[in-house]
Design a protein around this ligand. Structure first.
Ligand SMILES: [Ca+2]
Ligand SMILES: [Ca+2]
Length: 227
């Protein structure tokens, strides 16, 4: 096939022009690509300073259960946090326990609960927490929260004079927080004396338990000042 065969119809000319354009564009494309995907190290896109908008795309996984406890009884609530994609980090893990004691005929004798965590089955170095709360009034029950990514808020922001890799290293869960999060909840039931001696007016309480793990992906986009 000589050159004449390649260009003897308009269709062949178009194909040839397209092929040449691609052959020219191809090396240019691959020359630019590394700096676009930010894998070139110093001098690349990811380490260059600039103005960035940082956002957190969150995905919350929850577990809820309700348990009924008698005085002094303990329920171990277990929340299994699973590993995600490498691009996904854990912001925080929390447990919220609520209760509302309306078993007593008058004021006082409000039930309460204590919580104690056991994080021995969780990867990373998290401090155990204790909390307690009354089952009544405006602020019933108790909650606990552990930041797996330090100082995680999920609030987006803009930042200047830093690089993508610096932002990424700031928001990092270190691969921790995976495993079994356990909190033991112990009820303290308070009951007024019954009309008949030995009668118990209030013998138990319901506790609503909700666990949340907030996963997030960082979304970093350049900010261009248009003068
Ligand atoms: Ca009570
Ligand atoms: Ca009760």
């Amino acid at each position: 096939m000589d050159f004449q065969d390649l260009v003897d119809t308009p269709r062949k000319i178009k194909t040839l022009v397209g092929t040449i354009a691609f052959l020219v564009a191809f090396p240019v494309y691959f020359a630019i690509m590394p700096s676009l995907i930010g894998e070139t190290g110093p001098g690349g896109f990811s380490s260059s300073s600039g103005s960035w908008s940082v956002a957190f795309e969150e995905n919350i996984v929850s577990l809820s259960e309700t348990v009924n406890l008698e005085d002094g009884e303990t329920h171990e609530s277990i929340f299994e946090v699973l590993e995600s994609d490498s691009s996904v980090s854990i912001g925080f893990v929390e447990i919220v326990v609520s209760c509302n004691d309306n078993d007593d005929p008058g004021p006082g004798f409000t039930d309460s609960a204590d919580g104690n965590s056991d994080l021995s089955g969780v990867s990373g170095d998290f401090s155990d927490q204790s909390a307690s709360g009354n089952c009544g009034g405006g602020d019933s029950g108790f909650s606990m929260r552990w930041d797996v990514t330090p100082n995680y808020s999920g609030e987006g922001y803009e930042v200047e004079g830093t690089s993508i890799s610096e932002i990424e290293s700031q928001w990092d869960d270190g691969g921790f927080g995976i495993g079994e999060w356990v909190v033991g909840i112990t009820a303290d039931i308070s009951s007024p004396p019954g009309p008949v001696i030995g009668d118990i007016v209030d013998s138990d309480e319901d506790f609503d338990i909700t666990w949340n793990v907030v996963y997030y992906e960082l979304v970093i986009t350049p900010v261009f000042d248009i003068a």
